[in-house]
Design a protein around this ligand. Structure first.
Ligand code: FYN
Ligand code: ADP
Ligand code: MG
Length: 579
């Protein structure tokens, strides 16, 4: 038993003689807070914790690498508004999970990384313990908060604190350090039960100030060329009906950021995705809803945004987001549901839709751009190119709109974002704020586990490699995931040559004719190898129909693809040629 009690319960429960321990208290504390799914890689000192969790009825999914378990937990948090839990062993396992924790924090997804750790006394004196590392200190800069629990009677409050920190305000990652010794500590069972904490109202509504609402409405009313930008914060907030009503009542064109696609169907008449450049340049007032003016929006300034003066209205739960890049004329700090409802209530008292010449100009541009790419999306070239292959998948997603699309790569990402319309909220999951490669299989697994929906993961061949081993996990849990690998034999493309003329292939090139489908077969899933559009359609429909783990190796022209896709501007090129 722990020697110091840091919490004194109001009424000390009578001791019964029965014992509990750290393992069971962690489980009881999570379950009390409706957390029933764990993404983990077992090992010292958390193997028995995972085993006991499973025995207690929790769903414990074991991965092949902690980073993938972490990405799964991060997107589980995004999809459910409950912190996704990733559990790892100490030092190296912890570090493997930490990338995903930082990713969750950067993307504003609630997640808790729980890692076992070595003996504090030895770690702190640096005496060389098994997997010795000061994990708490290392985690701190990469998450919202890092906590360590030393005494079994603090497990209840420690887990409550981790949950509230992850989901309240701007969601993000929390690190929770559980030294191996803690798990074995015993405590009187009645005292243990009394120490548990159920988090009441973990993400309280945050109402915007009435004067801030009036200010925002004023700015919006005076707009001649208004634009709404929806970000993944808007999708996260699950205020789907209110957001749709606001967009439709306002009559303004809207631009969804990639993971906000589908919040309203991409085919909505007000959707300005296909007129992106035009609306960013020409708009005079921009209402940001759960979207940051970071690199993905060119920091709200410069050529992308044109010369005309612009006013921004920004809805965000994080006050410090305001003025992060440019002046925000009307900051609206609060949760998206409450802020949108307040704006709507104001609009309903009197509202004039934006000038028709603006909405017509945007509509015309959308029509022109859509018509321009339409023939390319129908092409039946062999080998396939990105447009032809994605045109086929676009039709499949429109016929199966409840499918969750996971998407990563460079060209595979950029073209898929443009080509594949999304029809329902939170059905597009991608690389997010960092443009990270490796989210693919972790996201696909968590999407299937958390929602039960079919998952289609459209992966560049390079991107797939970062998490490819998890197809064993997909097979093991028999998840309804269809992975399509866009196989052009390399990073960006497969046709680069070694500039030195040496024996090695170019730095961006992979094995020619790789058969990723055979990997899936190795684990008992279905593998398919396709070279034409018709074969691709047939394969993906069969996979989604069957719900069986499937990998479709889709051969794409090795010359198709540009370096860094649509963000080549961020990719420095040397102008000095060395002999
Ligand atoms: C969009 N567009 C369309 C459509 N949708 N045309 C026709 N039909 C449809 N449905 C047009 C749109 O108007 C743009 O043309 C163009 O297609 C591209 O649109 P997109 O993709 O929305 O815009 P863009 O410029 O690429 O957006 C910038 C960005 C985006 C930074 C937000 O590139 C992005 O999310 N990038 C993430 C990249 C990333 O993370 N990569 C991983 C690392 S890869 P115009 O209006 O004419 O401009 C490592 O190398
Ligand atoms: P995108 O990449 O799609 O533009 P970002 O991740 O940049 O989206 O922005 C999401 C924003 O949404 C963050 O600034 C975050 O603080 C905010 N946010 C997340 N959840 C909520 C919520 N429930 N209410 C208000 N703002 C939220
Ligand atoms: Mg490739």
């Amino acid at each position: 038993m722990a020697d110091t009690a840091t919490q004194t319960p109001a009424a000390e429960p009578a001791a019964t003689g029965a014992l509990t321990d750290g393992f069971n208290l962690v489980i009881d504390a999570l379950k009390l807070n409706d957390i029933n799914t764990i993404y983990n890689v077992p090992g010292i000192p958390i193997t028995d914790l995972g085993r006991l969790m499973q025995a207690s009825g929790m769903r414990v999914l074991s991965f092949r690498h902690e980073q993938n378990a972490g990405y799964a937990a991060s997107i589980a948090g995004y999809l459910t508004q409950k912190p996704g839990i990733c559990m790892t062993v100490s030092a190296p396992g912890f570090l493997n999970g930490l990338t995903a924790l930082a990713h969750a924090t950067t993307n504003c997804f609630p997640m808790i990384l729980i890692s076992g750790s070595s003996e504090r006394e030895i770690v702190d004196l640096q005496q060389g313990d098994y997997e010795e590392m000061d994990q708490l200190a290392i985690a701190k800069p990469h998450c919202k908060a890092a906590y360590r629990i030393l005494h079994a009677e603090d497990i209840g409050i420690g887990i409550a604190r981790a949950i509230r920190t992850a989901v309240s305000g701007r969601p993000g990652g929390v690190y929770l350090d559980l030294p191996g010794k803690l798990l074995g500590q015993t405590l009187d069972a009645a005292k243990g039960a009394a120490s548990l904490v159920k988090v009441i109202d973990p993400a309280p509504r945050q109402l915007p100030a009435p004067d801030a609402v009036e200010r925002a409405l004023d700015v919006l009313r005076n707009a001649k060329r208004p634009l709404i930008i929806l970000g993944k914060g808007a999708a996260y907030s699950q205020a789907d009906d209110e957001i749709r009503e606001l967009v439709e009542t306002s009559g303004m064109p809207y631009l969804p950021m990639s993971m906000a696609k589908g919040l309203l169907p991409d085919t909505h008449p007000q959707c300005a995705s296909a007129a992106r450049s035009l609306v960013l340049k020409e708009s005079d007032v921009v209402l940001l809803i759960g979207a940051r003016l970071n690199w993905l929006l060119s920091h709200g300034k410069g050529r992308t945004w044109g010369d005309a003066p612009k006013k921004f209205v920004q809805i965000d739960i994080e006050p410090r987001e305001m003025d992060s890049n440019v002046e925000i004329a009307a900051p609206l700090v609060g949760d998206i549901g409450s802020c949108v409802a307040a704006l709507l209530a104001g609009m309903k008292k009197g509202w004039t839709p934006p000038p028709a010449d603006w909405t017509a100009e945007v509509g015309d541009k959308v029509e022109t751009n859509v018509a321009r790419i339409a023939p390319r999306l129908q092409n039946t070239n062999v080998p396939m190119d990105f447009h032809g292959a994605l045109g086929a998948l676009r039709t499949i997603i429109s016929e199966r709109p409840d499918t969750i699309l996971v998407n990563e790569g460079a060209n595979t990402l950029d073209f898929a974002r443009m080509v594949i319309d999304i029809h329902q909220p939170r059905k597009r999951l991608d690389v997010g704020t960092w443009g990270v490669m490796g989210i693919g299989m972790g996201y696909a697994i968590a999407a299937a586990v958390e929602t039960g929906s079919p998952v289609l993961a459209v992966e560049g061949d390079s991107a797939f490699g970062f998490s490819g081993m998890e197809i064993e996990t997909i097979c093991r849990y028999n998840l309804p995931v269809c992975v399509v690998v866009f196989n052009n034999g390399g990073i960006y493309r497969g046709s680069d040559v070694n500039p030195s003329g040496g024996e090695d292939v170019a730095t961006t090139v992979f094995v020619k004719g790789a058969r990723y489908d055979k990997m899936m077969e190795a684990f008992g899933g279905v593998g398919m190898h396709v070279t034409s559009r018709d074969e691709l359609i047939q394969a993906v429909n069969t996979a989604l129909e069957s719900g069986k783990p499937t990998l479709v190796n889709a051969v794409i022209d090795e010359n198709a693809g540009t370096e860094s896709g649509r963000i080549g501007n961020l990719n420095p090129q040397s102008v000095v040629t060395k002999k």
